[in-house]
Design a protein around this ligand. Structure first.
Ligand SMILES: *Cc1c(COP(=O)(O)O)cnc(C)c1O
Length: 387
């Protein structure tokens, strides 16, 4: 089970991003953690080994990543997985048939699909509520509620949940608070300081930041809970290969630098879009016109690079998507390059049309993942696309 090195919590965020969890390689002094591309470890004698027996259970490259991200989130333990969905699937194996969950109605489409199409068949029940209102979360809890599962900000409408309020409600029901922190990253939001019990990420996105692998990671602070997650990780086996773990570890070294730029580009582009299209057409928690701007200021250090805009119709959306040159039409987010997509037909295509309409994911909605290019070029690109 990968626990952070205790001294790794003493430095500030940027120093931790670069150094936490990593030690010069004992064989050569290599400053970069080697990619331990191995399935097994030779044992000295029967029952005598260096703590590594088989790579599903432990791999030193993966452990460096787990320590690094745990230190960034301010948790004791990290567990890396082969994808964000593999990570959530393993987290859900902490629970059992009969358990009830209160879930944000606006969570990632794949999260909803896992719950609605798979886990429901195993006797788990889910109530989807508008978690912007803590009272609705509290009202949905029952004596069987085992966890409250939120994502903030949400995809693609950038709605927020008060993490501290959700944690208080969960704990008053002896339930866990599970937070998907993918959109904000640990640089902009620290759910453990607000009472979360498990934080997880699609490391495919901001943690990696370079759009070159798929992965997930769960962070846990409680010793007993961590032991249970480690057991599931090894028993279910949705682990990442060492090369992918290494790519995320390379990514997190610049997380603080990238997030600063995603955030400043996001703020400038959102302000420009609001003046161009009208404040009510732009969904970005950094805008003073966002209905939850005060909460964003309270629980986030910045607002990031994710923005959605309402163009008014599928035709207008298609025109914008067809004209961009610097933004690329693609699913995913959080990389250094700017991406643009159409949630209704791309990221949220698996959500039934009636439910999409209820959630406000219209045919005219376009989502931007602002990268770290020069902001003038990004605005010029959107300007000609909207002309
Ligand atoms: C992408 C994403 C996931 C799923 O992660 P994968 O790595 O694609 O399996 C989960 N939550 C959010 C918010 C995401 O953006």
């Amino acid at each position: 089970m990968t626990k952070i090195f205790d001294e790794d919590m003493s430095a500030a965020f940027g120093t931790r991003a670069i150094h936490a969890g990593q030690r010069p390689d004992p064989l050569s002094g290599a400053i970069m953690t080697p990619i331990y591309q191995t399935s097994t470890y030779v044992q000295e004698a029967l029952g005598v080994n260096k703590g590594y027996e088989y790579a599903r259970g432990r791999n030193p490259t993966r452990e460096a990543l787990e320590r690094n991200v745990a230190a960034l989130e301010g948790a004791k333990y990290g567990f890396a997985f082969s994808s964000g969905m593999g990570c959530l699937d393993s987290i859900m194996k902490l629970f059992r048939s009969g358990d009830h969950f209160v879930v944000g109605e606006n969570v990632y489409g794949g999260t909803y699909r896992l719950f609605d199409k798979i886990l429901r068949n195993y006797g788990m029940t889910f109530s989807y509520v508008d978690t912007r209102d803590p009272q609705l979360i509290a009202d949905a809890c029952t004596s069987a509620t085992a966890a409250i599962i939120i994502e903030t900000p949400t995809n693609p409408l950038m709605r927020l949940t008060d993490i501290q309020a959700a944690a208080d409600i969960a704990h008053s029901h002896k339930a866990l608070l599970i937070v998907d922190n993918t959109f904000a990253s640990p640089y902009l939001q620290q759910p453990f300081t607000l009472g979360a019990d498990i934080v997880w990420h699609s490391s495919t996105k901001y943690l990696n930041g370079h759009s070159d692998m798929i992965g997930g990671i769960a962070l846990v602070d409680d010793d007993d809970l961590a032991a249970r997650v480690q057991f599931i990780l090894n028993a279910s086996g949705a682990v990442p290969g060492p090369m992918d773990a290494w790519l995320v570890l390379r990514g997190t070294k610049t997380l603080h630098l990238r997030m600063e730029r995603h955030d400043s580009n996001g703020r400038e582009i959102a302000a420009w879009l609001a003046s161009r299209m009208g404040e009510d057409k732009v969904f970005y928690p950094g805008l003073a016109s966002h209905p939850q701007h005060a909460l964003a200021v309270k629980q986030m250090k910045g607002f990031g690079g994710m923005i959605s805009v309402e163009t008014g119709s599928r035709e207008a959306a298609a025109r914008m998507l067809g004209r961009v040159h610097v933004f690329s039409l693609a699913e995913s987010l959080g990389g250094v390059e700017s991406l643009i997509n159409h949630p209704a037909e791309m990221t949220h295509a698996s959500v039934e049309p009636a439910r999409r309409a209820e959630l406000g994911i219209t045919e005219g909605l376009v989502r931007l993942s602002c990268g770290v290019e020069d902001v003038g070029d990004l605005i010029a690109d959107l300007d000609q696309a909207l002309a």
